[in-house]
Structure formats: C-alpha cells, structure tokens
Write a new protein. Structure first.
Length: 102
C-alpha cells in the first residue's frame, strides 16, 4: 500500500464557488488509478494517473453539465493534500484536502 492510497476529501475553489469531491486513489508504482465522486454525485474514473514520489497527476472527463476535461496536480503529505485543479478554459484553482475513513 502506498502513502497516497485511500479515500480523500478534496475542496477546490472555482469560478462557481467551492467544489467538494471525494477521491478514491490507489498507486501501483508510477501509475495512479481510482475514481472521483464530484459535487453532483457523479462518479468518474481517473485517467492518465501518474505518481512521482508524493505528487499525483491525473485527469477526469466530465459529460454533465457540459463536456469538460479537469486536470489535477496534487501533492500528498501524510493525511493532507494540496495542489491545483484546472477545469477546461478556467484558470487553475487551489485545492486542499485530507484523508477520510472508508
């Protein structure tokens, strides 16, 4: 089990206000996989997940309310995370989060 494995609560500031998601994340060497449950309750598989030490990068593809690619660049330190979320044409937003129980 990697230090990044687990369930994470993520909050990102966006042009539409604070967006809260739950991320289930698993690392296998340099590859990350899992699912993200977005603010609307929609579950989306993470794509192109990469792990480099404590850094995790991945993307998701939304279809609702509109088609949009969202890129995540996160740094995990114990039970907390920080990073950036880039949604479509919008500027990157600051993200914070913490590990939660299953």
């Amino acid at each position: 089990m990697s230090d990044i494995d687990g369930r994470w609560h993520i909050e990102a500031q966006s042009p539409m206000g604070k967006q809260t998601s739950i991320l289930d994340l698993t690392a296998d060497g340099a590859t990350a996989s899992g699912q993200l449950v977005g603010p609307d309750g929609e579950t989306t598989d993470i794509l192109d997940g990469k792990v480099d030490g404590t850094n995790v990068d991945f993307r998701i593809e939304l279809t609702k309310p509109m088609a949009m690619r969202i890129n995540f660049a996160l740094d995990i330190d114990g039970d907390t995370l920080t990073g950036k979320v880039k949604a479509g044409i919008f500027p990157p937003s600051r993200a914070t989060g913490w590990r939660v129980g299953d």
